[in-house]
Design a protein around this ligand. Structure first.
Ligand SMILES: [Zn+2]
Length: 453
């Protein structure tokens, strides 16, 4: 049975996951098979949990999943009792900005290999197995680091996914924002050439910005974003767009956009109809940024996970900003209500919804790793069930990113999972009650990581 598992794994990771395959082969013979027994298992596909489960891990892959007693213990296998615990797949953050934030400062001056690694270790600490940087990376270093993490060089770091440099209109680019990293797009030929530059870097998606920022910037013209989308599709790449306005969203759907990196600010029947015509086009949540203006109960008292990972001065700065007061509070509350209704309506219409946090961005203090748990709570507050919110944060997010071996506890997938002390189906904030985190079949040392933050 387990060799069947390996065959599935090999099949899944051929080609796009070439490096993964190498690491699977390197680690499999060394790591003894381990059978994890007794936990309530949430596999990530939205089905009912498996009570009193068992799952077998060998090397960096799940081999077999079932009920306790139904899986035979292979010769030389170790056994770990997880009775009373709940296991979920490691979470996947489909939208972040990695390497910029460092305590009270945020900017390109912090963008180093060490800071990216620090962020990927913070993700791991919070049970996030992978995070997708959305167009704010630059230079060759992020591609090299991505490949090193994938090959197993940093066992305590989450998988770093990079879109490389995004593509933006001149009006969006400034030396002191993250779009300084972007390719400026001014012509159709230039748009196509920029996509071409990313192809050999083996990105899976292209990031672009099509937003007038409430009338403050001139957005990318349709002929330019259509060229980006067309060139990406010719090269089997997807395009993720920052676009939150209703009319722009409609035009982007008509232009075959693949991913909206944020929830659209308003949803109407025509938008739903366009999504139905483009059933693979996905939306990432990014709800916790807007909602924290009015909803930040985890700042007072400070949640222990934040206290463990964020310096007091940074926490104090965020406490001084949120929640908003007076009219600003009322306006934010109203816009949150609209966002919440919109995402529930899209979800009900069958639009693939993945969790993306927009964490680590320059506008502020969206703490790396924590945002994932805030996002889950926000999805549930909006009206999506805990089971479906978990699917959005695991399987669907992985699918949107083209990471076929992430996001589920299933044979052949990367053995990335989180052991929780309580059941998140009863209360979604139980995803914060993290007991242990395993990435690529190996438990990460959370106490050691905590000491280094
Ligand atoms: Zn973003």
């Amino acid at each position: 049975m387990r060799w069947t598992g390996w065959t599935i794994a090999a099949g899944l990771i051929v080609g796009a996951f070439g490096l993964n395959r190498v690491s699977a082969q390197m680690q499999a013979p060394a790591g003894a098979p381990t059978l994890y027994e007794g936990a309530r298992l949430i596999t990530g596909d939205g089905s009912a949990p498996i009570e009193n489960s068992a799952f077998l891990v060998e090397g960096n892959r799940f081999i077999q999943i079932g009920r306790k007693g139904a899986i035979q213990l292979p010769a030389g296998a170790a056994r770990i009792d997880l009775t009373g615990k709940t296991v979920i797949p490691a979470l996947v953050d489909a939208h972040s900005h990695i390497g910029y934030m460092n305590n009270l400062t945020s900017g390109a001056q912090n963008y180093t290999r060490e800071n990216i690694l620090d962020h990927m270790r913070r993700f791991a600490y919070f049970g996030v197995g992978a995070s997708q940087a959305m167009g704010s990376d630059f230079g060759e270093m992020p591609f090299a680091l991505r490949d090193e993490i994938l090959a197993g060089k940093y066992p305590d770091a989450a998988r770093f996914l990079t879109a490389g440099r995004g593509l933006a209109p001149l009006s969006e680019i400034s030396p002191d924002n993250m779009r300084h990293a972007a390719f400026p797009v001014t012509t159709v030929a230039g748009a196509r050439a920029s996509v071409q530059e990313l192809v050999p870097r083996k990105v899976k998606l292209i990031k672009t910005w099509v937003d007038d920022r409430l009338g403050t910037v001139k957005p990318l013209a349709p002929e330019l974003y259509r060229a980006i989308i067309d060139e990406a599709h010719r090269n089997n790449l997807r395009v993720a767009v920052h676009a939150t306005g209703l009319q722009q969203a409609k035009e982007l759907l008509r232009s075959n956009i693949d991913v909206f990196a944020h929830t659209i600010s308003e949803v109407d029947a025509e938008l739903i109809a366009l999504f139905k015509q483009h059933p693979k086009t996905a939306v990432l949540s990014a709800l916790s940024g807007p909602h924290r203006e009015v909803y930040v109960p985890w700042l007072s008292p400070v949640h222990p996970l934040i206290a463990e990972t964020v310096r007091p001065e940074q926490i104090a700065r965020l406490q001084s900003r949120f929640p908003l007061r007076g009219d600003a509070f009322a306006r934010s509350q109203e816009s949150w209500d609209r966002l919440a209704r919109g995402i529930v309506r899209l979800h009900a219409a069958g639009v693939p919804i993945g969790v993306g946090t927009d964490g680590g961005g320059q506008q502020g203090d969206q703490f790396i790793g924590w945002t994932m748990h805030a996002e889950l709570e926000n999805l549930v507050m909006a009206g999506i069930s805990p089971a479906q919110a978990l699917v959005a944060a695991t399987r669907t997010a992985a699918e949107i990113l083209g990471q076929d071996d992430l996001g589920m506890v299933a044979a052949g997938k990367s053995a990335d999972f989180v052991v929780l002390d309580a059941n998140p189906l009863e209360n979604i904030t139980n995803t914060r009650r993290i007991s242990r985190v395993f990435l690529r079949g190996v438990e990460i040392d959370r106490a050691k990581l905590r000491a280094g933050f």
